[in-house]
Write a protein that binds this ligand. Structure first.
Ligand code: EPZ
Length: 429
């Protein structure tokens, strides 16, 4: 079993280089099968969720070549299979993007119900609503979602709630559908814009991505392309919070500062100094406790739910009482019990967490419940007095490339160590 072992107290200083966006990569990789020629993807993060997506492609007959650690060539001309392997598909959330792409490519798809972080109820009713509105039929049997269509036709779809996944799946399913498809109440995250830009570079005709109305005019063919994935907004934000939490001075490089505005504005309000350049942000923390803060997670451009646990870790050491309202998920406070083991004073009532700032945190053995919960525990461990051992770090490695290495490079005392015990499932490409 592998754990992260952290000895807290070091101020982080120096430069950290951000990888490609996980939630863009896991949508663009399935979309790459829609091209008649090969696609070359650059700035692909070397993380487990990407490895699983590439393994699924290989199992289905696509040719996947690693040109280097972060550049991948995908040639889907030999794909004939429209069924995604069950065990792999259920290990990640993004496997459901193969529904939209395989429906477009073959008019049929069969994929297991998705997995991913356990954050409460995560239905896919809006995805199914889109497929049905375009003219497909679906069934859910034995844990598999199957969709098929004789003919698809452009239509107007209004999402009952803002959903990143369903917005992406609708774009993937509609991109070659004859006529005009209009998505209303669409999600506006940066990775939705990145997918639209990728598809348009293949010859698609998608307008309005990044707004709540996306118009997709179906095209007859898509061609192969070369494309660089955007930097990861949440990885960037995680290192910004780690720099602030340790009172350090860190420059976050290879980023798009505009994507980080919801995060930068909250940190600035708490008393963190942030200096913006074209493709970097300098984060200068303070050794005094920060101001308390009220946070409510919202769809982009609001404060991102994927940064909520990390800010909670930071707020455990702030002045006074902070309130976090989680409006996206039913249960995104599973990290709270673990922070309490380290001395945090947090009470949770449904979707609201109340955090009383404390003088200090102390290191303890803790467990990562999911990807961003794990990131929160790392941030807490970096600030805590003494040693913190984090178990189940496979959650963290699903979404953060070389996190221990990147943190060590800016002065953290963190290492990945092997301990007796079972190892989590790892998919080797
Ligand atoms: C994506 O999940 C991300 N995952 C999540 O990131 C992120 O938290 C989320 O978007 C919101 O930004 C990937 O991109 C792989 P949603 P997704 O559909 O698409 C409900 C991380 O840490 N909903 O926007 O599953 C749903 O239950 C992960 O990187 C329906 O009710 O999120 C949730 O409450 C965690 N019906 C809300 O909408 C549906 O059909 C938002 O879900 C779909 C969603």
């Amino acid at each position: 079993m592998e754990k992260f072992v952290i000895n807290g107290g070091n101020r982080l200083n120096g430069d950290v280089f951000i990888s490609g966006a996980k939630n863009a990569a896991v949508a663009i990789i399935p979309a790459a099968i829609l091209g008649e020629g090969p696609c070359v993807l650059e700035n692909v993060p070397n993380i487990n969720d990407v490895t699983v997506c590439l393994k699924i492609l290989s199992e289905m007959g696509a040719e996947v070549r690693l040109l280097n650690k972060n550049t991948i060539q995908i040639d889907a001309k030999h794909i004939r299979d429209t069924v995604v392997p069950y065990e792999m598909a259920r290990s990640i959330r993004a496997s459901y993007y193969f529904l939209g792409t395989l429906l477009t490519k073959f008019n049929h798809a069969k994929v297991s119900m998705p997995g991913g972080c356990a954050l409460g109820d995560r239905p896919i009713d809006q995805h199914l609503k889109c497929f049905k509105a375009l003219g497909a039929n679906y069934s859910i049997e034995h844990g598999m979602v199957e969709i098929s269509a004789e003919k698809l036709a452009g239509t107007q779809i209004y999402f009952d709630k803002i959903t990143v996944g369903a917005t992406i799946n609708a774009m993937l399913a509609a991109v070659k559908v004859e006529g005009l498809t209009i998505l209303e109440n669409a999600a506006r995250e940066p990775h939705i814009v990145d997918l639209a830009n990728f598809l348009n570079s293949m010859g698609a005709d998608i307008m309005g991505a990044g707004t709540d109305v996306i118009k997709i005019r179906g095209v007859n063919r898509l061609v192969g392309t070369n494309y660089a994935i955007i930097p990861d907004q949440i990885e960037s934000g995680t290192y910004m919070v780690a720099a602030a939490a340790t009172g350090g001075d860190v420059t976050i490089r290879n980023i798009i500062p505009k994507h980080l505005e919801p995060i930068s504005s909250k940190l600035t309000k708490m008393g963190v100094l942030i200096e913006e350049s074209d493709d970097s942000l300098r984060v200068v923390g303070s050794n005094r406790p920060y101001e308390r803060m009220n946070l409510k997670t919202m769809p982009h451009p609001g404060f991102p739910t994927d940064m909520q646990p990390q800010f909670a870790a930071l707020l455990t050491l702030s002045n006074g009482t902070s309130i976090i309202t989680e409006s996206i998920y039913e249960d995104r406070f599973r990290y709270v019990d673990e922070l309490r083991r380290m001395g945090a004073d947090i009470s949770v009532d449904g979707k609201v967490a109340v955090i009383e700032g404390v003088e200090k945190l102390t290191g303890a053995p803790v467990k990562a419940a999911d990807l961003r919960a794990g990131a929160a525990l790392i941030i807490a461990g970096l600030c805590a007095k003494g040693s913190t051992e984090i178990e189940d770090i496979y959650h963290i490695e699903r979404g953060y490339e070389d996190m221990a290495f990147k943190l060590r490079a800016i002065g953290a005392n963190i290492e990945k160590r092997k301990f007796p015990g079972p190892d989590a499932m790892r998919i080797a490409l």
